[in-house]
Structures are given as C-alpha cells and as structure tokens.
Design a protein around this ligand. Structure first.
Ligand SMILES: C[S@@+](CC[C@H](N)C(=O)[O-])C[C@H]1O[C@@H](n2cnc3c(N)ncnc32)[C@H](O)[C@@H]1O
Length: 334
C-alpha cells in the first residue's frame, strides 16, 4: 500500500489547516485512490505521540513508525498507558434534552424506544451520556429539536453564568447559538439575550438554530466584540474564538494545526474582547474557551482583569470530567 492519500491528507491538515475529515476527502478526490480514513485518524494520534516521544525525527520516519506501530524504543507499559490516556482518553458523547420542546421523561422514553442507550448525568439532569455518537441524521427527536448534541462543558459554562428569569444577558461570540439556546432553556425563554457575533454568516446559522430549538427572545447583532455598540453591560457570557484544542479527543489533528503563532493571534483577539467587556461595567462576566492552553485562559484573565474583582476559574478535561477541555472564569466586581 502506498499511503499516498494519507500523506496528502496529512499535508492538508498541517498546511491548509483542514479538519481531518475534510483533508481526507480532498486527498481522496485528488489522488483518485481510496485510502483508509480510520488508519489516517490513528496515524494522526500516533504521530503526535511519537513526535513528543522522539523530538527531532523527520516526518517520513515518524510516518513509517506510526503506520507500523513499530517504535524503536518501547517505554514501560505503564508509562505508555498513562501518556496515551492523557493524549487520547475516551470521552462520552453528550446529548442535551431540549426542554423547551419536550419533557425530560418524554425525551428519554423516545430515545429508549429508538434503541439509543444512555446514562443520566449526575450534575445536569438534561444532559444524557452516550458511549459513542449515534447516527443523528435520520433521528426524529434530533430533526425536530427535542434532543441536540452538545458537550457537557457547555452546561458547566452556562451554569456558571446562572441565568435567571427576566435578566438581560449579553452573549458575545454567540454563533451558532448553542449556549444561548441552553440559557433560554434554563429559564424557559423568560428573559432577553443580546447575542453578538462578528460573522454575519454564522449569525444567519444561529437564527436557524434558534428557530429549530424553539428559542425566543434573542436579539442577534453582527458586531465586533472588541468594539461593542453598548454603553453598559449586565450579565455577560464571552465564549471567545479560540484554538478549539479542548476537542483533542475527537479531533486528533488539533496539535498539528495549532501553532504558537495562532495562539498569539487568538490571545490578542480574546484580550481585545474581554477588555472591551470589562470596560462597560458588567455585573458579572463568564469567560470561556475550549482550549488547553493558558495563553487563551489564565493569561488572558491575568492581563485584562485588574484589581477589585473577584475571579473564580476552573478547568475541565476529558479524562477527569468527561467533557472537552475547557477553561471557565467567572469575574465579578467585589
Ligand atoms: C467558540 S465560538 C462560539 C460558540 C457559541 N457561543 C455557541 O455556544 O454556539 C466563537 C465565536 O466567536 C466569533 N467571533 C470571532 N471573533 C469575534 C469578535 N471579534 N467579536 C465577536 N465575535 C467573534 C466567531 O464567529 C464564533 O462564532
């Protein structure tokens, strides 16, 4: 086997920063050869592991090693297992019951009747834990917005915001509206959200998502979070654009695509948005990023949030929380 498709797909991931699936599809199209997507995903995982274990070795050597699974040095089994668990732990798949459309009991009954097995979550009753991603396409409760795929990390973020009936909430970096829809679910649409996003295209998607999920009272605004058209803010969620490195279990290519330069650029954007928000005298801010890097989390808070504020931070990890990797900070005036 020549692995021509896999090699090309790898180049697309690193150079063009395509997602593994897109890169692979494009490589299959270009080479007109079949290739093996599963082998490619395994390669991405192994490649990262090997490049950490053997810094300085070239791509070709690491490529061969990871395909053969024949490493020149085999660390003690327990060392390898621990390292592997951190780098590619198992993580459940989460579905949220959208109680704007259905009761919890009805949704669970419907899923069971469809043969979908799940466990109830201890922290959030509306989150259901599945072993693996189900086929969502033809699934009626999904099509009709009664259940929606959403990582449990979102529930931690929104519960940190603690949305209450009647409150005006600003959601900066809102599209495609998944957290906004959970905010409205928790208070049964009773209260307004002003949802801001820089991308007009993503705001259009958000409009569709909100309609699909029966979400009301959301005003959508296309604007730059670093230059907000408001005089004063109340409760604010800043779900900032980020490296998405917290999704490393599902997307083994993140460490190949994200460079220190990307992190510097993202960190600048994150600081710009948070600085603007803090300057508009908010009553409470929840800042969140789906990232493993302090550059996008702790460092942003440290650089922007100055004295006289109460700050609580927490990190979520796949192997400890069963979620994507996330950083969440709650900031309040003292
Ligand atoms: C992590 S995503 C938000 C996900 C969303 N909160 C949800 O739960 O569905 C970050 C969003 O920030 C937006 N964004 C990027 N730069 C921005 C800026 N300068 N101001 C406002 N939004 C921005 C992106 O378009 C993207 O939709």
């Amino acid at each position: 086997m020549s692995w021509e498709t896999e090699r090309l797909a790898f180049r697309y991931v690193v150079k063009r920063k395509l997602s593994p699936e897109k890169a692979f599809k494009e490589a299959v199209r270009r080479t007109e050869k079949k290739g093996d997507l599963r082998a490619f995903l395994k390669f991405l995982r192994d490649y990262y592991y090997l490049s950490v274990a053997y810094p300085g070795r070239g791509f070709e050597e690491l490529f061969e090693l990871s395909l053969k699974g024949n490493y020149p040095f085999v660390p003690p089994r327990w060392v390898e297992e621990r390292a592997r668990r951190k780098l590619s732990p198992r993580k459940p798949y989460w579905l949220r019951v959208n109680t704007l459309k259905v009761s919890l009991e009805e949704a669970k009954k419907e899923l069971r009747e469809l043969g979908i097995e799940f466990e109830e979550d201890e922290d959030f009753p509306f989150m259901l834990r599945l072993e693996a991603k189900p086929e969502l396409k033809g699934l009626k409760p999904f099509q009709e917005g009664r259940v929606v795929p959403q990582d449990k990390s979102a529930a931690f973020v929104v519960s940190a915001l603690d949305p209450k009936e009647g409150e005006l909430i600003f959601d900066i970096g809102s599209a495609p509206g998944m957290k906004a829809s959970l905010i409205q679910q928790l208070r049964e649409n009773r209260g307004e959200i002003v949802a801001v996003d820089l991308s007009a295209k993503r705001v259009e998607d958000e409009r569709k998502v909100l309609r699909w999920l029966g979400v009301k009272n959301v005003e959508l605004i296309v604007a730059d979070g670093a230059h907000l058209p408001f005089r004063k803010l109340t409760k604010v969620l800043v779900d900032a654009p980020c490296s998405n490195s917290g999704t490393y279990v599902e997307d083994p290519s993140v460490f190949l695509r994200v460079t220190p330069r990307d992190l510097r650029r993202l960190s600048r954007i994150q600081k710009g948005i948070l600085k603007e928000v803090m300057g508009l005298r908010p009553e409470k801010v929840v800042y969140s990023v789906c990232s493993l890097f302090p550059d996008e989390g702790e460092d942003v808070i440290r650089a922007v949030v100055k004295g006289g504020k109460e700050v609580d931070t927490r990190r979520l990890y796949p192997d400890t929380n069963g979620t994507d990797g996330f950083f969440i900070a709650v900031v309040r005036p003292q």
